[in-house]
Design a protein around this ligand. Structure first.
Ligand SMILES: [Ca+2]
Length: 283
């Protein structure tokens, strides 16, 4: 460039100009050659860098391909997992629905069980009451709890002037018979059996003997004997006579031996006896 400027400035001297031109051309050529070599070197460097870039681009492309495959695989796995999660969610929903239904059924079953248990308890209590009543009745029939049976003998006049009392008590289960007054007082309602056996005293002064079984002051049956084995109307021999009766009694009814004939107790022997018992209780 300096040579070209010189040419323009020193335009009047042709020899100098030619010489200058030759020198300039050579210098320029050398400079150009130098410049060319630099450019070649730079070009070679650029080419190397270009190849390196190409290689890097190829590597990046390869990496991208690998990454894309990996990404695709991961997306496939992800879709698979999402499907599995969706399926699991659907199953969980179905299980929840089923559980809710089963819980309702369970509650209903528990209600039924509780009701059944309550019914059973009520029925059990009812049956227990019935059983207790039946046991009471059975005990009564067996004579286990309610007992009213007695046999007394050796008569004497009682506290009252009319009822016969006894001094010997053989049995008096339940203590319904009062030996001091000669009164049997009904303890429970039911069917009762009574009997009396009269034995006339062996004496010529005793003409006859007899007594009646009374219910609440009213004569019901009578045992009586009036033998005729003597000439004077009074019999020496000893004679026995009996009678019996069933009474349906209520609680508090009174049974006595009354209206005895002859001189009491002289007319009846000590073997005279009176018995009674509860045959069947009535509820
Ligand atoms: Ca007589």
């Amino acid at each position: 460039m300096k040579c070209l400027f010189s040419i323009l400035v020193i335009i009047g001297n042709s020899n100098v100009l030619l010489a200058n031109n030759d020198n300039c051309r050579e210098n320029d050529l050398n400079a150009l050659m130098v410049r060319l070599r630099v450019l070649r070197t730079e070009f070679a460097d650029l080419k190397i860098k270009h190849e390196e870039l190409i290689n890097r681009i190829d590597l990046i492309n390869d990496t991208q391909v690998v990454l894309k495959e990996t990404n695709d695989n991961q997306e496939t796995e992800l879709r698979k997992h999402r499907e599995e999660i969706n399926n699991a969610s659907s199953e969980i929903k179905l299980i929840n629905i089923k559980n809710t239904k089963q819980e309702k059924e369970l509650i209903e079953l528990r209600k039924q069980i509780n009701k059944t248990s309550s019914d059973i308890n009520t029925e059990n209590r009812k049956q227990d009451t019935e059983l207790t009543k039946l046991r009471t009745e059975i005990d009564a029939l067996k004579g286990g709890k309610v007992v009213a049976s007695f046999t007394v003998t050796t008569p004497k006049m009682g506290a009252t002037s009319t009822s016969l009392s006894f001094t010997t008590v053989i049995t008096n289960e339940g203590n319904a018979f009062d030996s001091s007054t000669g009164k049997f007082t009904c303890p429970v309602s039911g069917l009762y059996y009574f009997s009396i056996h009269i034995v006339k005293t062996r004496s010529s002064s005793v003409d006859y003997a007899g007594c009646s079984i009374y219910l609440n002051g009213s004569s019901k049956v009578r045992a009586y004997t009036d033998p005729q084995d003597g000439t004077n109307g009074a019999e020496f021999g000893s004679y026995g006579v009996s009678t019996s009766v069933y009474f349906n009694l209520k609680v508090g009814d009174v049974v006595t031996i009354e209206n005895c004939s002859g001189t009491i107790p002289g007319a009846v022997d000590s073997w005279t006896s009176f018995s009674g018992y509860l045959e069947k209780q009535v509820y």
